[in-house]
Ligand binder design. Structure first.
Ligand SMILES: Nc1nc2c(ncn2[C@@H]2O[C@H](COP(=O)(O)OP(=O)(O)O)[C@@H](O)[C@H]2O)c(=O)[nH]1
Ligand SMILES: Nc1ncnc2c1ncn2[C@@H]1O[C@H](COP(=O)(O)OP(=O)(O)O)[C@@H](O)[C@H]1O
Length: 302
């Protein structure tokens, strides 16, 4: 049989069956968005990760009109504002287009649900000042919950259990993972494990508080998967030279470790396109204010 090959009409039948199945699968995703069963931001994430997926095959126009409260007229306006051609499918969006669409929808969805509280992830390269900015927010904006992570690294002088971190051993960290008590976790700088306790974050969001997570980039990616409505903020240094100055000035790492971290920082800076917002940390209190502002729903007139 094999040497004769498949007759072309059989190929055509198979191809048209596959096309029908793909159309049905796309329709099912759109119906799930309309019914509020699938988070539109999650659909966008899957399309970005796998353009060949069912999600990736959905046209942006159809995707937008599947979202309750976005009709055809609004959809056309949004496409124009976002500079996306009507023929585009979700999987064919460029990184910048996807990012703009995500930021835009994050705002809209927050406005719709009336939730002014936001889950904000603050990440960025080593020594950019994440800890400093997060500390400033803890002191000056007490309404915002700054999540306290669990870590397997040892406390440094001056660090307080339950404030800086929850310091745990490997066995306890394993137990937290097993019990599903961590929203995300990662091994950072190839050394220790760090994770975000799930309970306090969910309780705070449920009670209307904003939550800030100061975690590494791997963790930011995992939060995006677990909670697609989270806003990812990338903290940038005013310049590369200033980043090096801050790392050396902090004097908490020896020379070889500083070199390793600067290498990692180059890779981390390349992840900026995955983030929704950028804040430059020139002045600590200005950067903190900008991060807190992002927790408020922006006015629809934007
Ligand atoms: N994924 C993840 N990263 C975390 C968490 N807590 C802290 N980190 C990151 O772990 C890294 C190391 O933190 P730390 O040991 O305090 O050292 P330093 O910030 O480099 O002085 C930083 O990049 C933090 O952003 C967490 O819960 N999850
Ligand atoms: N806006 C800023 N201007 C000058 N120095 C800063 C600023 N933000 C942070 N720093 C300093 O830079 C160093 C690294 O900050 P840190 O918060 O430890 O970074 P990260 O948590 O991102 O690793 C610290 O010595 C801190 O005091």
């Amino acid at each position: 049989m094999a040497e004769y090959g498949t007759p072309p009409e059989v190929d055509r039948v198979a191809a048209s069956r596959a096309a029908v199945a793909a159309r049905r699968a796309r329709a099912a995703v759109k119906a799930a968005i309309s019914a509020g069963e699938r988070n539109p931001l999650d659909v966008l994430r899957v399309a970005g990760e796998d353009p060949a997926s069912v999600e990736g095959g959905i046209r942006v126009t159809e995707y937008l009109t599947s979202i309750p409260s976005i009709g055809v007229t609004k959809m056309h306006r949004f496409m124009e504002e976002l500079g996306i051609s009507p023929a585009k499918r979700l999987g064919g969006l460029g990184r910048h287009q996807r990012r703009r669409l995500r930021g835009f929808l994050t705002d809209r969805l927050a406005a719709q649900t009336g939730r002014h509280n936001r889950l904000v992830v603050l990440a960025g390269p080593t020594a950019v000042g994440k800890g400093t900015v997060a500390g400033h927010i803890r002191t000056h904006y007490p309404d915002v919950l700054l999540s306290v992570s669990a870590t397997t690294r040892a406390p440094r002088p001056g660090e307080t259990e339950g404030v800086s971190y929850y310091f745990v051993d490997d066995a306890e960290f394993d137990r937290l993972i097993e019990a599903g008590e961590l929203l995300e976790w990662a091994t950072v700088h190839n050394a220790h494990r760090y994770g975000t306790p799930r309970g306090p974050v969910e309780e705070a969001l449920d009670s209307g508080r904003s939550v800030l997570l100061e975690i590494d980039i791997q963790g930011a990616r995992k939060v995006r998967r677990a909670m697609p409505e989270a806003s990812l903020v990338f903290l940038l240094p005013p310049s590369w030279e200033e980043l090096v100055r801050r790392l050396i000035g902090r004097a908490t790492e020896d020379g070889p470790e500083q070199q390793r971290r600067l290498e990692t920082a180059k890779v981390e800076l390349a992840a900026i396109d995955e983030f929704d917002f950028e804040v430059v940390n020139t002045d600590v209190s200005t950067a903190a204010q900008e991060v807190v502002d992002l927790m408020q729903t922006r006015k629809p007139k934007r």
